[in-house]
Design a protein around this ligand. Sequence first.
Ligand SMILES: [Mg+2]
Length: 377
Amino acid sequence: MTNQNVVTHEVINTLIAVAASISNSTVLPGATVPESMAVLGRFWGLPNKNIVKRLEGAKVSAWIDSMRASSPTRAKSESQEKRSWILCHPSALNTFEKITYSSKGKQIVVFLDYDGTLSPIVADPDKAFMTRKMRATLKGIARHFPTAIVTGRCRDKVYNFVKLAELYYAGSHGMDIKGPTKSQSPKQGNTNNNNNNNNNKGVLFQPASQFLPMIDEVYKILLEKTKSVPGAKVENNKFCLSVHFRCVDEKSWAALGEKVRLVLNDYPQLRLTQGRKVLEIRPTIKWDKGKALEFLLASFGYENSNDVFPIYIGDDRTDEDAFKVLRSKGQGIGILVSRVAKETDASYTLQDPSEVEQFLRRLVEWKRSSTVTPTSV
Ligand SMILES: [Mg+2]
């Protein structure tokens, strides 16, 4: 190795450290470690190919660190940090009256993530069942409000968990949207007027259908490449893939992340994002849960409307795209499900799926008690 290479190597290491320290700081707000590195590298005039090689590795490390930080097993007890976080993101149960007051005169529309929101995070993702109580409450919610499940899971799989035909389902991070297969109650409000989509029984939108063969191919490769890591699980969500870390020893997380990254090197049309104990692989198209929320609001007839109050409840980083949309529109509320303090664009919090169930049940009771017509009770 030449002196120049050694110097460049050391500089890049320093660059990674500096990028990690300023990532998400006020210096480069919202920047990931690799993005910060790219900016700093250009500023220092470093050869781009050296940075790119190290950049992907740094990205995986940053994801793994972030996954560790957001892991519930690392929940801190009531700390000062948590208390000040709760002040900024109060419990949606404690502020229920304030929330319903804000919705006055508007149509509430409910958007719900599945894993960690309606069902607990369990070791085997195929057994992430929701409780009977949750299903009954969800049925009540769908009776009164347009309701959509927005999940990273395959739409058919999440439907088999929820089993309510009256809901909208946006699977694969919103890349597979389907309307209800059972007609909705007229109590739901004005969802059947305006420009509501009449083709509710069919698929409404699949923006990534051309990626299906590639997703299947990568799924098979990942199954093969990750089988040597005990506990690793690859899930085919039709338009995207999930590599689950839930049952993998934390010591092997970095190695598993690296295996996934190496596979993805050959597929620049696919991108990797990090969720809660999961790495997600999806097409590079500009589509996410936030776009799905906007699409569904338009389908319900509320595009550019002020008469709607969307409530989006989710626990994951991928739900932040939807929280951001609501925050930028100044419309409705985002509720983050979390026991630990996290950076979020949601306004309110709930601790776990049982609190989500309580919140939804109160929403049903409030709607019933505030509805004028006696036949609607
Ligand atoms: Mg989730």
